[in-house]
Design a protein around this ligand. Structure first.
Ligand code: GLU
Length: 313
């Protein structure tokens, strides 16, 4: 196939998205939805949506781009940003920022490393971040929801109570991580409180359009949709860097190779990605590969950066 370079000016995003959606339509294998959270297992792996948001909030989309999806681990980017905004570098005494090379819910590394998770995007690290946010605000999930509503302009965003209950009912692994880290003194809140907050966080539903808009502060070097500053430009750079190195489970190297952007995936099949200084993306397709990344989602982002030339490399 001949790959045409497409100009990256905003007026060309819609044709690029339309072309990608047509290509994805012909993809034979789409992976399988996550089934360890029963409420997610019923999703049709052929669903596909993609949105691009420019820095000024103009959004382009294709397919199921207005359909709410289960955000799951995408939320870990926003909780990290909120904790860094509220408490600065103190967080990094409690969580590292190296790729783990292990599955996202692994316990083994935690014992060798004295209860300090490798990075904020594996489940153990995300629990530490949510614990910090809960201590800072008294309501981690509510603070996150307020932030997502404000940045997306969608006041209807909410947690899905069925998904949260499903996660809680099958949350033994996350409970084990929480209690294990508490035994090292790395969790400040009661573990049941923390788990409740974490499951409410993961079960927030938002569309590709909402999520592309909500990620905008990372492309605007820390500036929120209303023009106020959430992060310093250094902090925004740091969050983007951790996304690039740790954001797509233990396939971050492959994602960087194929897509070339900071990105974060979730087991709901969503992926958010940032082109610093230019735009943000969210793609959704619930079929996952064996590492937990959306098969069609990664393919679509790879085509986007190839067609537009918009990548960090
Ligand atoms: N709520 C999910 C869990 O903790 C999130 C996992 C993910 O999206 O990576 O297992």
């Amino acid at each position: 196939m001949v790959i045409m370079a497409v100009s990256s000016s905003s007026s060309t995003f819609q044709p690029v998205l339309d072309r990608i959606a047509a290509e994805i339509e012909n993809m034979p294998a789409r992976g399988r939805p996550a089934d360890y959270i029963p409420a997610l297992a019923a999703c049709d792996p052929r669903r596909f949506g993609m949105a691009v948001a420019e820095l000024d909030g103009t959004v382009y989309g294709v397919g199921d781009w207005r359909q709410p999806l289960s955000t799951q681990s995408l939320t870990k980017v926003f909780t990290l940003a909120l904790v860094l905004a509220g408490g600065g570098d103190a967080l990094w005494e409690r969580v590292g920022r190296e790729p783990s090379g292990n599955p996202f819910n692994s316990l083994v590394q935690l014992e060798y490393e004295n209860g300090i998770p490798r990075n904020p995007f594996i489940n153990a690290g995300a629990l530490v971040v949510t614990d910090r946010l809960h201590t800072q605000t008294g309501d981690a999930a509510g603070t996150l929801l307020d932030f997502l509503r404000a940045e997306s302009g969608n006041a209807q965003l909410a947690s899905n109570k069925d998904v949260a209950a499903s996660e809680a009912a099958h949350g033994d692994r996350n409970a084990a991580l929480g209690h294990f880290m508490a035994s090292y003194g790395n969790i400040g809140n009661p573990v049941p409180t923390l788990l409740d907050q974490y499951f409410r966080q993961c079960s927030i539903e938002a569309s590709c359009a909402d999520l592309a808009l909500a990620t905008g502060f990372l492309a605007r070097h820390g500036i929120r949709a209303d023009g106020t500053r959430l992060l310093t430009s250094s902090q925004a750079k740091q969050v983007n860097a951790v996304m690039l190195t740790c954001g797509t489970y233990d396939a971050a190297g492959e994602f960087a190779y194929r897509v070339g952007l900071p990105g974060k995936s979730g087991v709901g099949g969503g992926i958010i990605a940032v082109v610093p200084g230019h735009c943000t993306l969210c793609v959704w397709s619930p079929g996952l590969d064996e590492r937990g990344n959306s098969v069609a989602g990664v393919a679509a982002l790879e085509r986007f950066t190839t067609l537009t030339g918009l990548s960090v490399f």
